[in-house]
Design a protein around this ligand. Structure first.
Ligand SMILES: C[S@@+](CC[C@H](N)C(=O)[O-])C[C@H]1O[C@@H](n2cnc3c(N)ncnc32)[C@H](O)[C@@H]1O
Length: 293
């Protein structure tokens, strides 16, 4: 891509893709390889060329333009969970392409993992009420699906989110479940829990925190895990094949972390070795630090 012939080829490819309103499945691999091989100095020109689809009309453009002011808002996460595809033919193929990204599949997978963890806690409860705290709750779709699958629910939820629009969305979605849900518009960094929890769960939040904040937060929240309870904190793995395209086209940057780094954070937070493990969704792209007590 560094000489004029190759640059022209890239330009042609982009124009061709835009003319036919996005890639078809046989073209996905080539487009992904092209982005993976891209130098930092080429990103701006590439984004400029892709401008017609880097609008909120496509999921990748929604990420790029950030209508809510930041990456990872409840709305884009819900679009990923629902595998939303814009029916407009100008954008449809781009959304279909997006949902094939391993990172997007891993996000859907993490919702299934959350439902499983909640269902297991509920089945252990034997009719006794169990307390769950969710940090950075977003659309709360995992709990919504858990409720649908577990009508005999014994879990009670405290849900924290910094964005009131996220809370308004989730409250409306859960309007029939509010008797066992307490939404709070809170920053998890400042929040002081008033009780102990059987489960503290967080996905899609700690990937935005620096290491020192990660360690600080697990140390503090671990104090609010009941004996026999657990805290489960998600983070994208350093092995994320979609990282480059999310950064280049989505302008979506995360702190990616390895299993070893997550284990190390837990040790630095003073959590005993035998209480620490790391689990993952089936693709291994979303890791979860699991801290038992
Ligand atoms: C990527 S979403 C994940 C939502 C949900 N946990 C899930 O996995 O579907 C992150 C959410 O965390 C919220 N958030 C970001 N920073 C926060 C903070 N410091 N305190 C509380 N919530 C925060 C955002 O508003 C957003 O709703």
């Amino acid at each position: 891509m560094n000489n004029s012939v190759e640059t022209e080829t890239l330009q042609d490819k982009i124009e061709n893709l835009l003319r036919k309103h996005g890639p078809e499945p046989p073209e996905y691999e080539e487009l992904l390889s092209l982005v993976d091989a891209m130098e930092a100095s080429e990103v701006e020109a590439f984004r400029e060329a892709m401008q017609p689809i880097l609008t909120p009309d496509t999921i990748i453009g929604f990420s790029f333009t950030k209508p809510f002011g930041y990456n990872g808002d409840f709305f884009i996460i819900e679009k990923i969970y629902q595998r939303y595809v814009n029916p407009d033919e100008h954008f449809r193929r781009w959304d279909e392409f997006f949902h094939t990204f391993p990172a997007a599949i891993a996000v859907v997978n993490r919702k299934a993992l959350a439902r499983k963890v909640l269902a297991e806690l509920n089945s252990k409860a034997a009719g006794k009420q169990r307390e769950v705290l969710i940090l950075g709750s977003g659309p709360v779709t995992e709990v919504y699906e858990y409720f649908n699958e577990n009508p005999a629910n014994t879990l009670r939820f405290d849900l924290l989110d910094l964005d009131n629009r996220s809370i308004a969305y989730a409250k409306n979605k859960h309007r029939n479940n509010l008797h066992c849900m307490n939404f709070q518009n809170q920053n998890v960094i400042r929040f002081n829990p008033e009780k102990q929890y059987d489960l503290i769960w967080s996905a899609g939040l700690f990937d935005y925190f620096k290491d020192k904040h990660f360690v600080f937060l697990i140390r503090r929240y671990y104090e609010f895990v009941k004996e026999g309870g657990e805290m489960i904190i998600g983070n994208f793995n350093v092995e994320n094949p979609s990282r480059k395209i999310m950064e280049v086209l989505g302008d979506w940057f995360l702190y990616h972390r390895s299993v070893d780094e997550l284990n190390d954070f837990a040790r630095r937070a003073g959590i005993p070795d035998d209480k620490i493990s790391v689990i993952q969704e089936p693709l291994g792209i979303n890791l979860f630090l699991r801290l038992r007590k």
